[in-house]
Ligand binder design. Structure first.
Ligand SMILES: [Zn+2]
Length: 484
């Protein structure tokens, strides 16, 4: 089948950068883009009218915890732990996470994918679903949803342990545990490489920089080289981790990744903001510092702004990383899992960090959400609309209350578009969102299930909180209940 799209604007790729085509066409044959340009004379089975829309490459989310992130909504806002520098890690998030039941994970995963697709996301680097649901159940969910997934088995040889005070430390397990995880990575990779018509792509999901020992990180590097698959790891994601790495190794998280050999072009670092020179860590850079190391080794930073903004933290700044020569991509990490919102936050936090209207430009953030993600994942066939690239496309209406007047659709995508403007989403040549409706997921049923499941999660929080606090004690309601 040949699908043609006639768009008021098409964001095409010229081999080096995105270009804006006024009144353009995109032709899709099978799972690939066959043609992009001003016109097309060949046969087309189905035309999609995008006469007041922008036809954009689908967005690539490089950080997502699909099975667990929905729990955050209506809960983590306006909360955090001062003694952990406002983070909820090791505190509220642990109690919330432990209150999820096994049977809740598939509902949450489906919900996360639905959220992502409806925000124009076509590829996701997903962390945790294979581990929580089991390989076959996870793969089936990705298969049914229609999204392109980069995922796999988790790897670690340490766990976080905390006292009732604020003393969070790593307790090391045997490296055998991590090596066993790596065997599972290899088995998963052999079984699923190229599965789902190429929509499933194995990745090594190293847990966090302080839960993977130096010895294990070296083994992860060997395995990644052997299997030729990307790696992701959480690192430089909160002040406590930064301080613990100094305490354990006298190295910053980024320096440690360089020491072990994990830092490289195939590594996507989840968050990567707590680095030398950042005001919150009070640790000055030597020479070019952590930014210099990241650039030198060619690693990618997945910039996932919203989850940190909620805690009063931010990367300092999107533009500063780009100027240092670092590849930056965009991810989600918390609810709402909305790539349009994350892109907007990336732009605004960059401007605020630099006190500069030119910082965090729409162009730079759009590039991060498309080409930046593709580069991090080692793909030259994603994040762009060009002949022979995979047909992962989002069509966004620019004649809506949100988006008129539109002179520059890229500026409007970053600054004014929201999910209701996303009309069609195509992944691997298949239409998965049509006229704003998910074709692969029953949205109404899903929404009702998520509410029901999460009410039960909140009720279980005291069983799992280290101080036995209730949901309302951990995260108070905004207003007190009305009394007659
Ligand atoms: Zn994460």
């Amino acid at each position: 089948m040949t699908i043609g799209i006639k768009g008021k604007w098409v964001i095409g790729f010229d081999g080096e950068e995105h270009r804006l085509i006024r009144n353009g066409v995109v032709i899709i044959e099978g799972k690939h883009i066959k043609h992009v340009g001003k016109s097309y004379d060949g046969l087309v089975t189905k035309w999609i009218d995008a006469s007041h829309h922008v036809v954009s490459p689908g967005f690539i989310c490089t950080h997502c915890h699909a099975a667990s992130a929905p729990k955050d909504k209506s809960f983590i806002d306006d909360t955090g732990a001062r003694h952990f520098y406002m983070s909820s890690l090791g505190e509220n998030l642990s109690a919330l996470g432990q209150s999820i039941k096994k049977e809740d994970y598939p509902i949450y995963t489906k919900y996360s994918i639905a959220e992502l697709l409806k925000s124009g996301c076509t590829s996701v680097l997903e962390i945790g679903t294979v581990g929580t649901l089991g390989e076959e159940n996870a793969v089936k969910l990705f298969e049914d949803s229609g999204i392109r997934a980069f995922t796999g088995q988790g790897v670690s040889d340490g766990v976080w342990e905390r006292s009732e005070g604020a003393d969070l430390k790593t307790r090391w397990l045997s490296i055998e545990k991590g090596l066993k995880n790596l065997e599972a990575v290899e088995a998963f990779t052999k079984k699923y490489s190229g599965a789902l018509d190429g929509r499933l792509n194995p990745v090594i999901l190293a847990d966090t920089v302080d839960k993977c020992s130096a010895a294990l990180q070296k083994e992860i590097r060997v395995k990644a080289n052997k299997l030729n698959i990307p790696i992701t790891i959480h690192a430089a994601q909160w002040v406590v981790e930064f301080q613990n790495m100094l305490r354990m190794y006298r190295r910053t998280p980024i320096e440690f990744l360089a020491d072990t050999g994990l830092l490289g072009q195939d590594l996507i670092i989840g968050h990567g903001w707590a680095i030398s020179g950042h005001p919150l860590v009070s640790y000055p850079s030597t020479g070019a510092g952590d930014l210099g190391l990241l650039a030198e080794y060619g690693a990618t930073i997945s910039h996932d702004p919203l989850v940190f903004i909620k805690r009063g933290n931010k990367m300092h700044s999107h533009s500063k990383y780009l100027q240092a020569g670092i590849n930056v991509s965009i991810g989600c990490d918390t609810s709402p899992q909305d790539m349009l919102n994350e892109m907007r936050m990336a732009s605004y936090t960059s401007k605020l960090a630099d006190w500069d209207c030119y910082s965090g430009s729409a162009k730079d953030v759009f590039n991060s959400a498309t080409l930046g993600g593709a580069k991090g994942l080692g793909r030259t066939d994603l994040g762009r609309i060009s002949s022979n690239a995979l047909a992962d496309i989002v069509i966004i209406d620019m004649e809506t209350l949100n988006n008129v007047p539109c002179r520059d659709p890229v500026k409007n995508i970053i600054n004014s578009a929201n999910r209701s403007d996303v009309k069609h989403v195509i992944v691997n040549g298949e239409i998965v969102v049509e006229d704003g409706n998910l074709k692969t997921i029953d949205e109404k049923k899903l929404v009702s299930n998520v509410q029901k499941v999460t009410e039960a999660v909140w009720s279980r929080i005291p069983e799992n909180h280290y101080l036995k606090q209730t949901a309302d004690e951990v995260s108070p309601q905004s207003f007190k209940p009305y009394k007659d």
